[in-house]
Ligand binder design. Structure first.
Ligand SMILES: NC(=O)c1ccc[n+]([C@@H]2O[C@H](COP(=O)([O-])OP(=O)(O)OC[C@H]3O[C@@H](n4cnc5c(N)ncnc54)[C@H](OP(=O)(O)O)[C@@H]3O)[C@@H](O)[C@H]2O)c1
Length: 178
């Protein structure tokens, strides 16, 4: 069984967190609001294996201190907006020298499809870096953004299959995006 560190695990990744918890993994979820975190724990099959950390990744010094107290996870799932790129870089630096290799799933919006807008943090050999790009759905020529259910299922699938890059939905043709 693995230890998943999910930043941010409330919101669209809640079903992914609950799936990993149900599968027997230990999951540590980071988000800002305690009520949302507690509500997530109340929905878990194994609440004792779902740990919460109330933290704001934009308050970097406090975030670093809080996360530095955690034991090293086996898997990091990061849904951190571009404004929090410093937090992503800190995570990669913090786990630079780790006894075991850590799988890092960097969830990104559809704009990451464009290499000029894709932020890939420098990382060491102790990290196995995977990117998960959230695309869109195209049905009979009509496009729409992904639902939370589709996003969570896609991220769970990516964490099982572990490809270097995984697209939830599609990013092609780009001019058909909603
Ligand atoms: N390609 C696509 O189709 C696509 C891509 C992205 C999003 N979406 C959709 O858009 C919706 C909204 O997206 P979203 O980006 O708001 O994601 P979200 O995962 O639905 O919500 C963001 C979560 O992040 C937490 N959060 C926000 N800022 C934080 C911070 N600085 N530090 C720690 N936690 C923080 C919030 O909880 P707290 O307030 O408790 O911190 C909230 O639970 C999603 O539900 C999804 O369905 C679609």
């Amino acid at each position: 069984m693995s230890h998943f560190l999910v930043i941010v695990g409330t919101g669209m990744l809640e079903d992914a967190v609950l799936t990993w918890n149900q599968q027997g993994h230990t999951v540590t979820v980071v988000a800002r609001k305690k009520e949302k975190l507690k509500r997530l724990v109340s929905r878990a099959d194994f609440p004792k294996r779902l740990h919460i950390v109330q933290s704001d990744y934009l308050q970097l010094e406090k975030f670093k201190n809080q996360l530095a107290q955690l034991s090293a996870p086996d898997v990091i799932v990061s849904w951190i907006h571009r404004s929090g790129n410093d937090a992503i870089q800190w995570l990669c630096n913090h786990y630079k020298v780790s006894d075991t290799r850590i799988a890092f799933f960097h969830i990104k919006g559809s704009s990451a499809h464009n290499p000029k807008q894709n932020f890939i943090p420098p990382y060491s050999n102790s990290i196995i870096y995977h990117e998960v790009i959230l695309g869109f759905q195209l049905d009979s020529g009509v496009s729409r953004w992904l639902t939370n259910t589709e996003i969570a299922a896609g991220v769970v699938h990516a964490a099982e299959q572990k490809p270097p890059q995984y697209v939830v939905g599609t990013v092609e043709p780009w001019d058909k995006r909603p």
